[in-house]
Design a protein around this ligand. Structure first.
Ligand SMILES: *Cc1c(COP(=O)(O)O)cnc(C)c1O
Length: 474
């Protein structure tokens, strides 16, 4: 690069100031703020975040941006160290999205979290049979509960839904063909895409039909002696509407039985059985098994309302193949997960599903939410300062029931710069996640507990102080 080009892309000097040198990690580490931070968060952590921050500063300087002052660099690095060292924060979810993957999906019922914590702080009979002293399986109890609740012949619990899909395809179809409808080649967010997970299992995906219309005859035509499984995937987070067709689970099960290949059904969200008030289009494990699915797969922390887990139900010979596959060990559940799952399944077994936080939130009538919204608006001084109760609609989220809106109520707070206000809320204490509207920010109270209202009101007041809208026309 010539001197002239350098001057063009990188204005290294501002006025006549020469560009500041980038300080060294060690120099900054010896400063008072870094020493204090090292005591709080650990020297290695502060050193690491300083290195990272200085790497960013160097990159920015190469692109011509000025080098910030030492104080600014230190503040950034210490902020990052504190973020890492303080760990996860509890937040208030005022988005109205009940199963919000970014906010940790399903909140656990208190007793389930309590049992998990108790198991985790001591020893447990995780894999030992108390009668015989012999080695057992960690998910043995959950398997009994799952088979009892769904009438499945066998069950297996792994780390999460994606692991269940990967394990099933690896164990049943490695090196052979898996038939999937083109209408179900979904991405559910994150890195989970059906074509990629099939490829990762070592199976070859054979696409069947078209995006909007696939018939059972298309599957029949695609069968060959290389076919190892037929896979059906619930398109969890979108809907194809209009001129559409998909073979039913029953049709695919019949075809698979005739061809003597397993029919694997990835339900995604994990409704155990049909629930009154939930659209019948949302599949459930009991119906899927009754329709003839050989393996049914779903997540523990979506509509089931439990901890992160991947649940496999179905034919004992197939479940055994999965259980014995090396990947099963690589994706096994942790003791806290399995203990919380047992507690949640026990609630289903004793007809206490309605007590699960997810189901309480999904089922709460709009009038009850309206009362909470009025309480919040009152705490925010009502109409004068631009806070008003409004109807809105909540979403299930978590890749469940796309397009299914639940009538709800919230409080809208007007703001000149809604995005800036939402950012202040996210970084406040407690952090609050809400929706941004054209006029301001909206707090949907379906996902906010009554006990959280005082904290929420305080966080909103605080975030509003930076907003010029306060006490404006209203
Ligand atoms: C959510 C989902 C998965 C992945 O489950 P995780 O528990 O998130 O790993 C797989 N398939 C479908 C259809 C899903 O909706």
């Amino acid at each position: 690069m010539s001197e002239r080009q350098r001057a063009n892309v990188a204005p290294a000097t501002r006025g006549s100031e020469p560009r500041r040198r980038i300080p060294s990690v060690d120099t900054l580490l010896r400063s008072d703020p870094a020493r204090r931070a090292s005591e709080l968060f650990g020297r290695a952590v502060v050193k690491r975040t300083l290195t990272r921050t200085l790497d960013d500063v160097r990159g920015a300087a190469e692109r011509g941006l000025p080098v910030p002052s030492d104080d600014v660099i230190l503040a950034r690095a210490i902020g990052l160290a504190s973020f890492a060292a303080n760990g996860l924060s509890s937040v208030i979810n005022a988005t109205g999205v009940v199963l919000h993957t970014g906010l940790g999906r399903s909140p656990l019922p208190g007793p389930a979290a309590g049992t998990a914590a108790k198991v985790a702080t001591g020893y447990s009979d995780l894999e030992l049979d108390r009668e015989t002293g012999a080695r057992g399986r960690r998910s043995a109890r959950a398997e009994i509960l799952l088979t009892a609740l769904t009438r499945a012949d066998d069950a297996l619990v792994v780390n999460n839904g994606a692991a269940a899909v990967l394990l099933a395809l690896s164990a049943l179809a490695r090196g052979r063909h898996v038939l999937v409808s083109r209408g179900e080649l979904i991405e559910i967010g994150g890195e989970f895409r059906i074509p990629e997970i099939v490829a990762a299992s070592g199976a070859r995906m054979v696409e069947v039909g078209t995006t909007n219309r696939t018939r059972v005859g298309d599957f029949r035509a695609a069968l060959s002696d290389k076919t190892a499984a037929i896979l059906k995937v619930h398109p969890s987070n979108y809907r194809v509407i209009g001129f559409t067709a998909e073979p039913t689970a029953r049709e695919l099960a019949a075809l698979a039985r005739k061809a003597d290949v397993p029919f694997v059904y990835d339900l995604g969200s994990g409704l155990l059985e049909r629930v009154h008030g939930i659209p019948s289009g949302e599949p459930n494990a009991v119906d899927a098994l009754r329709d003839g699915a050989d393996l049914v797969l779903f997540s523990g922390d979506k509509l089931l309302g439990g901890p992160q887990a991947g649940i496999v139900l179905g034919r004992p010979d197939l479940v055994t193949r999965l259980r014995r596959h090396p990947i099963a060990r690589a994706v096994r559940v942790d003791k806290m997960q399995v203990s919380a799952l047992e507690a949640v399944l026990a609630m289903y077994a004793t007809e206490r599903r309605a007590d699960l936080p997810v189901w309480r939130m999904l089922r709460e009538p709009a009038e009850a939410i309206h009362r909470r919204a009025e309480k919040l608006a009152r705490a925010l001084d009502g109409e004068l300062s631009g806070a008003r109760v409004t109807s809105c609609s909540s979403a299930v989220g978590g890749g469940s029931l796309p397009g299914f809106a639940i009538p709800s109520y919230g409080v809208e707070v007007r703001s000149r710069d809604p995005n800036a206000m939402a950012a202040r809320l996210r970084t406040g204490s407690p952090p609050v996640f809400c929706r941004v509207t054209e006029r301001g920010v909206l707090f949907d109270l379906r996902t906010v507990d009554g006990e959280e209202l005082p904290d929420l009101a305080r966080a909103i007041q605080y975030a509003r102080e930076g907003d010029e809208f306060v006490d404006d026309d209203g």
